[in-house]
Design a protein around this ligand. Sequence first.
Ligand SMILES: *Cc1c(COP(=O)(O)O)cnc(C)c1O
Length: 370
Amino acid sequence: MNVPLLDLQAQYVSLRDDLQQAVARVMSSQRFVLGDEVRALETSIAEYCQAKHAIGCASGSDALLLALMALDVKAGDEVITTPFSFFATGASVARLGARPVFVDIDPHTYNIDPSRVADAITPRTKVIMPVHLYGQCAPMDPLLELGRRHGIPVVEDAAQAIGATDNGRRAGSMGVIGCFSFYPTKNLGGAGDGGILTTSDDEVAARLRRLRTHGGSNEYEHEEVGINSRLDELQAAVLNVKFRSLDKWSDERARKAEIYTKLLSDADLQFPLVTPQVRSGGRHIFHQYVIRVPGNRDALMEHLKTHGIGSKVYYPIPLHLQKCFDYLGYKKGDLPESEAAADETFALPAYPELTEEQQIYVVETIKRFR
Ligand SMILES: *Cc1c(COP(=O)(O)O)cnc(C)c1O
């Protein structure tokens, strides 16, 4: 049996006619940038994420950059974030000349540990930026409380967590700004790059709209220098079609996760394997189903590969150990939980169309690992 890490074909087949019509509609209109499709998507996403505004942009990476620009992050500022994330999280800070301050993670959820954030706050801290890793919200209450106490805005990197909740609030509605990615492999993925920002602050929304169009409120008048980062109509048309299935897909992913966790817990394995911890009081949308195998990770992944099963490490090098961040002065051992997670965890296939038969095969293959 063959079990890829992700199978986008299966999803495409289920929506082919609608997607092709949507693309044909945009081609007939010959309107490609910031038109009706983008406006419709912005309306849907704002409502879905319990935010007053949603502002489309060119990628999740740009969403992070635009969010920090809208909060005036600049050289000399510090932004507190997690080192256990996709590169864009730290890069958005560094791109603006500010300093990413990496705070270690909770070893059970892999999200930033709020109890360590307090110690990292300095007079230069401009933003606290948690990541809702793998589709589970970082513990927002203690982070928001710290932000309130110190007057520091919180930006959510919700690129992996559209539709996730924490105590009844949707990802992207809790911080001042939420940042989302429509990269094709995300729970809501386009046919290329795309992203969106959410906010309920009217002024921040207006500024984000300017910043994504070179800082101008109209074509030739510029209040400030922004960037060119717009969501295009073809992407929005595809996303408008796929958005209707998002909740169904995320529920399916969560169901696959439940099945894996049950099968793996009953498996009587001869080696330690830790299944994902789901915090109570929230919805985990399982962008990834990540397990932990201390000591044996690479050998188990190789064993799975030999048996036709895809898997992947998210992420093998924590950001504080990336070559480009040498100048920040971190060294190996500084953030031990993130480093251990990078060495011991990996994702199993857990996309919505995965069959139970495939899941049983994955777990039976893991059971045979010695
Ligand atoms: C995917 C992702 C991003 C970047 O999104 P792109 O659309 O690929 O630019 C940022 N942060 C996290 C946590 C992500 O997973």
